[in-house]
Design a protein around this ligand. Sequence first.
Ligand code: 5AD
Ligand code: SF4
Length: 477
Amino acid sequence: MADQPTSQPPKKLYIETVGCQMNVLDSELVVARLRDDGYELTDDIDQADAILYNTCSVRQHAEDKIYSALGRIKHLKKKKPGLSVGVLGCMAQKDQTQILRRAPHVDVVVGPGQLGRVPELLLKAKAESTPQLAVSLARTAGSRDHVTSSFDSYDADREPAVRPSPFQAYLRVMMGCDKFCTYCIVPSVRGPEQSRPPDSIVAEARLLAMQGVKEITLIGQTVNSYKHREPDGRTTRLSDLLARLHDIEGVVRIKFITNFPNDMTDDLLQAVRDLPKVSRYIHVPAQSGCDMILKRMKRMYTAAFYEDMLARLRETIPGSSVSSDFIVGFCGETEESFDKTVGLLERSRFKNSFIFKYSPRAGTKADGLFADDVAEEVKRRRNQVLLELQTRISLEDNRGFLGRDLEILVEGPSRSTTRKEGWDGPDQMTGRTHCDRIVVFSGPQSLTGLTARVKIENASAVTLFGRVADAQVTGPV
Ligand code: 5AD
Ligand code: SF4
């Protein structure tokens, strides 16, 4: 970190992050850069010299929340004219100057491919008293290489202080997406798919391990499509990358999210089975159980293909768990289509599912081609039906763990339990099993980052509850 001139107190940075793991990582990297520029983090928005929002465009609701937050801080800017306000990430890339029109008090608008420039742009906005806009090229603006080069790879600095936990970190292996599912804005705002060179991924993982990180989650929009070709023709796939990362001392658990059903190849499934540090948990979104809808979504598989993939996965990796995403109320989804999704969810026995109501996104294929013709109340009902079904399944499957001893990686104090008013019992800790199930148990905070064996005594749909069964709490999982 750069030395602070003694006469200047550090500037205070308030940053709010919404959306996916990519954004969590991007915020970490932006904070790392701004620390070098003399900023320190604050949780108190009223104290901030800079307020940044790292935004998401996947659904309208996420954007609405940012625009209302921007409205709420208008008065702060009046009170404190030196305050800098920034909109970063996917919404910045999507809405560009529209953000400045709707919120003229914003100083910088920076897309996900330009985040390395945030410190420079904050200074420039102030020096020139003019808002600064930095975005990447649109996908249609030129050749693939030209567009790709406008999305900066931004993975050099790491900033442990803003990680959700000191021993868990995200590691980007891919950027962008080329699948172009018709409902999805991501390929437009995150740019063309790029796989990072394996050597730089391994070097970054080593650095993370040296900083005390034990659990690394590899992230990419379709992480299992990872493929890197060397000039001599050698290719590294995700399975090869997992094997290389597995050798790093200090790393005890490796996860990867999120996966595309068509790219769930046998070599990857075998790597998960054979590499003990790799979590036996796979998030592989189905989106729908109806072929007509999957075709409209351009998912490039059928429901039967998805279910066969799931069967292959479960056969190859015993003790694994799978989770999924679903969109309800996509254009043209009839009751019959929805029933097929219900059937798929019922048969698939996911650990959990993330269920979303379709939200039309300007600029996507679906928005141009199809009418958003499922009424909001129908979307809401279908959402509820899937949620209830998934909750029943999760509860049934979690109850299957009652009485068993499970090895877990301890993540830290359980916030939900410790926050309970009047709670004066022993420390409640939380951790995850090898197949990513959340376990809450009584135990000292010193277990954080270690492994423990816990006997499961109770279960809800999302959490297993237990007590430490074995004091042997060190060593790799
Ligand atoms: N509307 C609703 N949900 C969406 N998702 C992506 N785009 C949309 C949209 N336009 C969901 C998908 C994806 C998850 C990250 O968000 O289920 O897997
Ligand atoms: Fe969006 Fe589909 Fe790419 Fe996932 S695979 S980011 S849903 S376009």
